[in-house]
Design a protein around this ligand. Structure first.
Ligand code: BES
Ligand code: ZN
Ligand code: ZN
Length: 497
């Protein structure tokens, strides 16, 4: 797919596009009187059910694609545009139309951004493991932007960076665990650091983790023949740009390259999806890559907690007790609740490198999948301003976040008879996991925990994702950093969530 932003239609396009919402065209096109009449009759035809979504009609002697930008319940108008653009791109590729024009002179910035995202989403495919690869027809989309040419060009550049992040997440998540081991993930992170200006990387192997007392990490990772690593990536946007926010945002990602459940083995049905248990780390890596590429004026770090939860003769046994990096002792009640153990050390590392704000992302609990499903991610926060900013950042990029309570009434359930804590809690599974993590959040640090277990991976087509990784969360993090860099976390604006 190629995106050409020009002020006026070049006349070279093989087809035009008209987005419509409820029987009216959303963006005005330059049409003759006759053309306007033809459009009206198509819209009547759509209303009467004679014509359908992606109808191909001659308007002003030019093939025109009518794309329905309002189809499904619960979807915002911006997301409808993403979905409509996604369908348009697929249709244009399938019909092998070389150049398709979209007249967007009267579109708002965020509307164009949504359309650009939708077009990009259609380009994604994961065929690394197919013996025969299908070539996709390359369509050029000509955006007639009128007076917005310069703004839209800048937005298109940002969208390309954001989509590169989404693609990185999807590729990492969709890669089978045999090929994306913790060690291989480290290599991928090193490659990202090498090719992204301003990004530095520090890698700790198991020996180093043990030496420094990151025992949650070691406890989970030692059971596998493929040893664990912790990766810390840093980007100092203030140093780079000479301006910006005093905040230091640290993104901590759960990076379980595979989660068998350990000795508390998972049932076979819930296991294949566990190739996605490193989505948090993939998203953290992709987000910091994008934030550095966009040169956002803010300090950001990413901590990737990479390990495999497997069965081996060194595997942690239920009942084992370890001392976490922050000094608290933890009894491993269930080896399948491993994410919170590696994250306890990730949170400690965030404190050691001076985080003012921590956002952790984790495919943490099945309970969250059952509570909110695949369309909404639940999150927990100890800071109202950060929480509201997450919801708003998510909304801006069509990712839904729902604030959940850090309910103190359930905190006692985490207490153990021998150790300070155990890694299971009350029946409120997602809340218990969040309360556990809270025990490891450095003092006086704003923190949010995003449980993306439901939204990371889909087993059927959803919006603009086929089977597999969705890339959910990367755009929200980038947007959050953008807003923090602009200083939009000012207390006064956020009284309550
Ligand atoms: N990785 C899983 C959570 C998960 C489930 C992610 C479904 C994506 C889809 C996590 O490590 C896990 O197994 N959690 C247990 C915790 C329990 C044993 C306390 C769970 O939620 O069942
Ligand atoms: Zn698990
Ligand atoms: Zn897990």
């Amino acid at each position: 797919m190629k995106l050409n932003i020009i002020s006026k239609e070049s006349g070279k396009a093989n087809a035009n596009t008209l987005f419509y919402v409820k029987q009216s065209v959303q963006f005005s096109a330059v049409l003759s009187e006759e053309g306007e009449k033809q459009v009206d009759s198509v819209l009547t035809g759509i209303k009467d059910g004679v014509f359908e979504d992606l109808e191909f009609v001659e308007i002003d002697d030019k093939p025109t694609i009518f794309v329905d930008a309002a189809k499904e319940r619960g979807i915002s108008s911006l997301d409808h545009l993403r979905m409509a653009a996604f369908r348009l791109a697929n249709k244009a590729a399938q019909k092998q139309i070389p150049i398709v024009s979209i007249m967007l002179a009267d579109a708002a910035d965020e509307q164009f951004k949504a359309i650009a995202h939708g077009l990009h989403y259609a380009d994604y495919k994961f065929d690394a493991y197919k013996s025969k690869k299908k070539e996709r027809f390359q369509v050029t989309f000509e955006i007639a932007a009128g007076e917005h040419v310069n703004e839209f060009k800048k937005i298109a550049e940002d969208v390309a960076v954001e989509q590169k992040a989404v693609t990185l997440v999807k590729n990492l998540v969709n890669t089978p665990a045999a090929d994306l081991t913790p060690a291989e993930f480290v290599e991928r992170a090193k490659t990202v650091a090498k090719y992204t200006t301003g990004l530095s990387i520090k890698v700790r192997d198991m020996k180093q983790l043990e030496k420094e007392g990151f025992m949650g990490h070691v406890t989970v990772g030692k059971g596998s023949a493929r040893p664990p690593f912790m990766v810390t990536l840093s980007y100092n946007g203030v140093g780079r740009t000479g301006r910006g926010s005093q905040d230091h945002l640290v993104i901590v990602g759960k990076g379980l390259c595979f989660d068998t459940g350990g000795l508390c083995l998972k049932p076979p049905k819930s296991m294949p999806e566990m190739i996605s248990d490193m989505t948090g780390a993939a998203t953290a890596l992709a987000a910091i890559q994008a934030i550095a590429t966009l040169e956002l004026p803010i300090k950001v770090s990413a901590v990737l907690c990479l390990a495999e939860n497997a069965i081996g003769n060194q595997s942690v046994l239920p009942g084992d007790i370890f001392t976490a990096k922050n000094g608290k002792t933890v009894m491993v009640d269930n080896t399948d609740a491993e994410g919170r153990l590696v994250l306890s050390d990730g949170l400690a590392e965030a404190g050691l490198i001076g985080a003012t704000h921590i956002v952790d992302l984790a495919t943490l609990t099945g309970a969250m999948v059952r509570a909110l499903g695949y369309a909404v991610a639940g999150f927990f926060s100890n800071d109202d301003a950060l929480a509201l900013n997450i919801i708003n950042s998510g909304e801006a990029c069509c990712e839904k976040f729902w604030s959940m309570p850090l309910e103190e009434e359930y905190a006692d359930a985490l207490k153990d008879k021998f150790a300070d804590l155990k890694n299971t809690g009350s029946d409120a599974g997602a809340i218990s996991a969040a309360l556990f993590l809270q025990e490891f959040v450095p003092e006086d640090t704003a923190w949010a925990h995003l449980d993306i277990a439901g939204t990371a991976f889909v087993d059927k087509k959803w919006k603009y994702t086929d089977y597999g990784a969705t890339g959910f969360g990367a755009q929200t993090l980038i947007e959050l950093a953008r807003r923090m860099a602009a200083g939009s976390l000012a207390e006064s604006e956020y009284k309550s969530v």
